[in-house]
Design a protein around this ligand. Structure first.
Ligand SMILES: NC(=O)c1ccc[n+]([C@@H]2O[C@H](COP(=O)([O-])OP(=O)(O)OC[C@H]3O[C@@H](n4cnc5c(N)ncnc54)[C@H](OP(=O)(O)O)[C@@H]3O)[C@@H](O)[C@H]2O)c1
Length: 219
């Protein structure tokens, strides 16, 4: 049976971009929101393969749950969905812990007690394998559905099976190459690299900077 993808915070820029790409690739996508009508509207704009739900309902039947909310909403959102995960489901955390969450700069990261936003997520949902991914996939680029991305997707996690499932999903986006970037402990590096991309966007007045790595095999 095909894996169902839930995108929690799927009404936002990053979540709706990922959801639209995965739906276009043929996946069944459940858009999650705090507000059912908002989720349904976001799903309608994606069209085929997407439906709208409250966050907890979106999660309940999904094999892969992607979290795309701002850092300031990460803990509260995880607490609201952690009782809803199906057995064997994976959480993909795309949170970039930016200083703007506490009124600081957009291109700086915050140091979190757990080491990274993804490790913070893992602490909040014990028993669910957590994978850190998609930090470097620009929402602007994702939204241009007819254009392939020009970007590698680094994937960290402590479960090889979970990373393989997320790598397969990432590679369903044209132009994306998935790369195994090691254990979840490396998530801080992915999150910092995303802040670097934001800094490059600001400096060069662009919106779609991305990353390509050489000399490493795809996942
Ligand atoms: N934008 C990018 O290019 C990009 C790239 C890589 C990673 N990311 C990361 O992906 C995450 C989402 O980024 P984004 O740009 O898509 O953010 P966003 O559009 O500001 O927010 C995404 C969704 O999160 C929910 N949300 C917002 N504030 C909330 C709050 N206070 N409490 C609970 N839910 C709240 C909203 O969903 P509902 O109102 O529908 O509940 C919103 O649509 C961030 O952690 C970001 O660092 C972004």
């Amino acid at each position: 049976m095909q894996t169902i993808i839930a995108v929690v915070g799927g009404t936002g820029a990053e979540g709706s971009g990922l959801a639209a790409r995965f739906a276009k690739a043929g996946a069944t996508v459940r858009i999650g929101s705090r507000n059912l009508a908002k989720a349904q509207e976001a799903a309608r704009s994606i069209g085929a393969n997407a439906t709208g739900h409250t966050n907890a309902d979106a999660v309940a039947t999904a094999g892969i749950v992607i979290l795309t909310v701002p850092l300031s909403a990460q803990v509260e959102t995880l607490k609201s969905i952690r009782g809803s995960f199906a057995p064997g489901a994976i959480l993909v955390d795309a949170t970039v812990p930016l200083e703007i969450a506490i009124g600081g700069r957009l291109s700086r990261t915050l140091t979190l007690w757990d080491g990274s936003a993804a490790q913070q997520a893992a602490r909040l949902i014990p028993g669910v394998p957590v994978v850190a991914a998609f930090h470097a996939l620009s929402a602007e680029a994702l939204a241009k559905l007819d254009h392939p991305l020009d970007c590698d997707a680094l994937i960290c996690g402590d479960s090889a099976e979970a990373k393989a499932a997320v790598a397969l999903l990432a590679a369903s986006i044209p132009g994306v190459r998935a790369i195994d970037a090691g254990p979840l402990d490396n998530a801080r590096l992915l999150e910092s690299a995303a802040a670097l991309l934001i800094s490059l966007n600001l400096r060069h007045k662009v919106k779609e900077s991305g990353m390509r790595f050489t000399g490493v095999p795809k996942a």
